[in-house]
Structure formats: structure tokens, C-alpha cells
Design a protein around this ligand. Structure first.
Ligand code: F0G
Length: 458
């Protein structure tokens, strides 16, 4: 008999206390933070679903690796363990360690971007977009139309729209330095990309002589979805599916804070020798020597071990099911969410839940603030606050106004999730009373991190 209950495939070995707060305390904390959840002190947060990035629990073997870390400036055994662990899954000749994903993006874009260039992606994550735009290049998203319809069921809503990509390359191929595919598609709801779709992107890239890069932050979760949903993949080892993705790509950027199961780290990996040489020179300028990048030897060890663990089927089955469990609870409570539930997060459809708050009054921000006040839950607006400001300073509604409940890996238990569902249901029941916000202060780029808000009058 195969039990129906999918359990956490670990037991808890060290615990961190949570600090309970009152609603009045949370109101005051939010006010002091300029109504921006990024500006809260994390001790004022009860369940922190701001991000799944670098917030997970490490295993006992990873902590053992931290002890083993060798801090030699050059050629440390920790580096060779890291490089081998990366290349076991992504057999690319050049692995360039960075302190996190965006550092890899910055180096790559500094090497290939620039004014007049355009980078297509299924959907750029905000730092990826910002790093493209910071060079004067343009970032353009070609996710399939199904990926923009939050309620629509589709197994691979992260897929690239192959027709639009090809039509674009037909016109602008000379301006495109490379094509990116984000697995899973974070900004589009944590939705996976199929192997078949990536093969299609590869074929188009070949026709136009363009390199294909993966933004691979959540590669293992993506591969698990492929195993569960893509015809013919059901009996395969996830590590083999990951290697199939890698085989189709010329390079990758990676944040080890996600599927590296580590608290910090990242890398850039690629096949092209000349581009790798340029990138290594940039690495030395900003991150460090090529055998440690922006990382300590102990971090390299934690990532190497994390890459071992992240492709275990028991882990991925639990991981994807625990995210689905939150989605099921919210759906039972009648709360509109992006369907199907993604790998690392559940996305509340704030525009659907708060139809009385127009996009330029930031319904996602309003919902995220209310969840914090009601239950100390910290979530993240992924909508018009994050994506609405154009490089010229003007504003437009983002494609979607979502609130992301991101699940840190191996960190919260089922009762924590039940609590989150209860708070969300309570807020949803009085959604019509929630008011929009206006921005009173914002930086020119990545404004969601530091903007200050003011609630609009009733
Ligand atoms: N690409 C994707 C798809 C991401 O989700 C992230 C980070 C990055 C790149 C950048 O990596 O943070 O290591 O520099 N996403 C985090 C999040 C921050 O909350 O979704 P980083």
C-alpha cells in the first residue's frame, strides 16, 4: 500500500522561535515601514513568505559541509566539490561562482547587453529585467498567452510562445545577443516549462544562430513538474531530466538560494570559451577570484551538498505537494489564485479579489498589507508596484496583480500552512473594505524594495 499522506522527508533537528505580535503592534510596524513589507523587521513577522530565496533550512550534511569548508583563496577543495556538483547536473565547461543570481546576470549582461540590444525571455524576473535594462538594452517577454490567464489550467504555463519568438527574431535577430528561458517562470506564477518547449526554443535559436541561456533558479522543481506532467517522462530520474534541460542550453544563470538549497550563492555557467573569458574578467572586478567568486569556501560546500539533495524524489514530491496543499486550502476558501499551483509559491490574484482597486492603486500591495496586519504573514506583491514603472518614469498596469506566498524550503510545517489559509480566508471575506495605495517616494529602478506608500482615503 502506498500511503496517501505525503510527509516531510526529514525530522527537525534545531528550531527557531517565532515571536507572536498583536494586531496593534503590526499596524504600528507597517506604518513605520512606510507600508512596505520589505522595510519590516523580520522579528515583527510571524510567517515569512516574502521569498523562497535563501530562507530555507539546511540539512545536517550541509552544516557538516560548512565545517569542512576550505577557505584557501585559490583552488580550494570546496571549489572543486562545488564545480563537480554543478557539472553533474549542468555539464558545461565553464562554471563561474557568484554571490547570488543577480551577480551572474549582471556579469552576463555587461558582456552581451548594451543600447540597441534586445533580450527575449518567457518572463524576466525583476532583477534579470533590471540587469538587461541597466546596460541600455531592452527586455521582452514572450510567455504563451495561457501563462497570462491566472485562472486557466495548463500543465506548462511557463512555456515560451514559439511563434512570437520566431517572428521577433525574423525582424530583430541582429539585435538579440541571446535568448533566455526562466525555469520555473517565477514572475508568471512559478509555472514550469516543458522539455518539448525548450526543444522548440533551441530549434529557433539554431535557425538564427543565437545562444540559449537558462535562468535556472528552480530547475529541480521544474524538472519534477516535467516528470509529473510531460508525456513519456513519468519513470525518469529527475537528475536526468535536469541534464536534458542543460543539454539544450548554451549557458545558465543560477541563484543557489533557491534550488541550491543554500542561504547564499549562485553561478554563471556556459560553453563558449571567449564569452567565459570576458565574464571571468568581470567576475574578478566585482565578485572575486574565479575559484570562489563572491562566496566563502563553506558556502561552496553547502551548495554542493544542496545540489545533491534537491533532486531527491522524496524531497521534490514533498516540496511540490506542500505548495499544492496551500493552494488547495485557499481554493477551498474561495480565494482566486493562479492555477495550477506553481512550485515554490502560491499566487493570490489580487486584481480578481479586489476589483474595486484599480491597478494603479496597487491591489496587490493592499492585499499584502492586509495579510500582514491580520496575521503577521509577510508576502510579496508581484504586480504593478514591481513592474509598473517604465525606464522613462511613466507608469502602466502590470500584466497581472498578484500577491506571492513563497514557501521557504523545508522550513514551515503543515499547521503553519493551515494558519496561513485561515488568515487569508479572513482577509478575503472583507476584501471589499480594503483600500488602494499611492507611492509617496520611489527609486528609479526596482522600486518595490524601497518605495514608501500611503493608504488612499476610503
Ligand atoms: N531569477 C529568478 C527567476 C529569480 O526568482 C531570482 C530571485 C533571480 C533570478 C535572482 O536571484 O536573488 O539570487 O540574485 N528571486 C528571489 C525571489 C529574490 O524572491 O523570487 P538572486
Amino acid at each position: 500500500m502506498i500511503p496517501k499522506t505525503i510527509i516531510e522527508p526529514f525530522r527537525i533537528h534545531s528550531v527557531e522561535p517565532l515571536r507572536m505580535t498583536t494586531e496593534a503592534e503590526r499596524r504600528a510596524a507597517l506604518e513605520a515601514a512606510g507600508h512596505n513589507l520589505f522595510a519590516l523587521r523580520s522579528q515583527d513577522v510571524l510567517i515569512d513568505l516574502l521569498t523562497d530565496s535563501g530562507t530555507g533550512a539546511m540539512s545536517s550534511e550541509q552544516w557538516a559541509g560548512i565545517q569542512r569548508g576550505d577557505e584557501a583563496y585559490a583552488g580550494s577543495p570546496s571549489w572543486f566539490r562545488f564545480e563537480a556538483a554543478v557539472q553533474r547536473l549542468f555539464p558545461m565547461p565553464h562554471v563561474i561562482p557568484t554571490h547570488q543570481g543577480r551577480a551572474a546576470e549582471k556579469i552576463l549582461m555587461a558582456a552581451v547587453g548594451g543600447p540597441g540590444k534586445v533580450v527575449p525571455n518567457n518572463t524576466h524576473f525583476d532583477t534579470t529585467r533590471a540587469n538587461v535594462e541597466a546596460t541600455g538594452a531592452e527586455a521582452i517577454d514572450f510567455v504563451i498567452p495561457e501563462g497570462l490567464d491566472p485562472a486557466l489550467e495548463h500543465p506548462f504555463k511557463g512555456n515560451m510562445d514559439l511563434e512570437r519568438l520566431e517572428a521577433f527574431l525574423r525582424e530583430r535577430a541582429d539585435d538579440v545577443p541571446l535568448v533566455f528561458v526562466t525555469i520555473t517562470n517565477n514572475s508568471g506564477g512559478g509555472q514550469p516549462v516543458s522539455l518539448e518547449n525548450l526543444r522548440g526554443v533551441r530549434a529557433i535559436c539554431d535557425r538564427y544562430g543565437k545562444p540559449l541561456f537558462l535562468d535556472a533558479c528552480r530547475f529541480a522543481e521544474n524538472a519534477w513538474f516535467v516528470r509529473e506532467r510531460e508525456p513519456g517522462q513519468q519513470d525518469r530520474d529527475v537528475a536526468d531530466i535536469v541534464r536534458d534541460f542543460a543539454a539544450l542550453a548554451d549557458g545558465m544563470t543560477m541563484s543557489a538560494k533557491k534550488d541550491g538549497l543554500a542561504n547564499i550563492g549562485g553561478w554563471l555557467a556556459l560553453r563558449d570559451d571567449a564569452l567565459a573569458a570576458t565574464c571571468r574578467n568581470l567576475l574578478i572586478l566585482t565578485e572575486g577570484f574565479p575559484t570562489y567568486g563572491g562566496l566563502a569556501g563553506r558556502d561552496l560546500e553547502a551548495i554542493a551538498q544542496g545540489l545533491e539533495e534537491v533532486v531527491h524524489h522524496d524531497y521534490l514530491r514533498y516540496r511540490i505537494r506542500s505548495t499544492g496543499y496551500l493552494g488547495d486550502g485557499l481554493t477551498r476558501a474561495g480565494i482566486p489564485i493562479v492555477r495550477p499551483v506553481g512550485g515554490h509559491a502560491v499566487y493570490l490574484d489580487a486584481r480578481a479579489l479586489l476589483p474595486h482597486v484599480p491597478p494603479l492603486e496597487y491591489p496587490g500591495q493592499a492585499l499584502a498589507a492586509a495579510l500582514y496586519v491580520a496575521g503577521g504573514i509577510r508576502s510579496c506583491e508581484i504586480g504593478t508596484v514591481m513592474f509598473g514603472r517604465r525606464p522613462d518614469g511613466s507608469e502602466r498596469p502590470a500584466a497581472l496583480d498578484l500577491v506571492r506566498l513563497a514557501i521557504p524550503r523545508r522550513t514551515y510545517t503543515q499547521s503553519h500552512v493551515d494558519y496561513v489559509v485561515e488568515i487569508c480566508a479572513e482577509v478575503a471575506a472583507r476584501a471589499s473594505e480594503l483600500r488602494g495605495y499611492r507611492i509617496v517616494d520611489e527609486p528609479p529602478a526596482l522600486r518595490h524594495f524601497t518605495a514608501r506608500f500611503e493608504p488612499l482615503p476610503a
